[in-house]
Design a protein around this ligand. Structure first.
Ligand code: AMP
Ligand code: ZN
Length: 135
């Protein structure tokens, strides 16, 4: 399979690795949003969050928490975004599960914009019911 993150996990493509355990490898993003921007990469190929077993998802976010603390201490950042993209429209470009850890500074150039979607409260309740019925 021609997957850049599988190749990183297997050591076929070099990476700056800052942590690894049996299931995850944490590397520095090659095109960082800020200094310290890291990626928690699953060592097993799953395309996205939905495809992954829950236990592994849980483990991945525990790793992200641990690394986020270390990034905060190392960079003295003012905040941190944990970002996890699923699907092209959501900005996913590498189709192998990963979690972004992005240190944020008071004045940086990162843009995370939720837009100005407008809806009525009935619609919010309606979709809430629909989601509940699928859980
Ligand atoms: P996403 O858009 O959520 O799929 O994020 C993919 C991320 O992987 C981007 O931030 C890229 O800069 C990063 N990336 C792609 N190739 C490499 C690589 N070889 N080493 C490190 N980071 C990479
Ligand atoms: Zn892969």
């Amino acid at each position: 399979m021609d997957c850049v993150f599988c190749k990183i996990v297997e050591g076929q493509i070099p990476s700056t690795t800052i942590f690894e355990d049996n299931d995850f490898k944490v590397i520095l993003d090659i095109s960082p949003a800020n200094l310290g921007h890291s990626l928690v990469i699953c060592k097993h190929h799953y395309e996205n969050l939905i495809e992954m077993p829950e236990e592994l998802v849980g483990k991945g976010f525990i790793v992200a928490k641990k690394v986020a603390k270390a990034i905060k201490e190392a960079t003295n950042c003012d905040g941190i975004n944990i970002l996890q993209n699923n699907g092209v429209v959501a900005g996913q470009t590498v189709f192998h599960f990963h979690i972004h850890i992005i240190p944020r500074l008071e004045k940086d150039s990162v843009k995370i914009d939720f837009g100005d979607f407008k809806t009525e409260s009935e619609k919010i309740i309606e979709i809430g019911e629909k989601i509940k019925n699928n859980l």
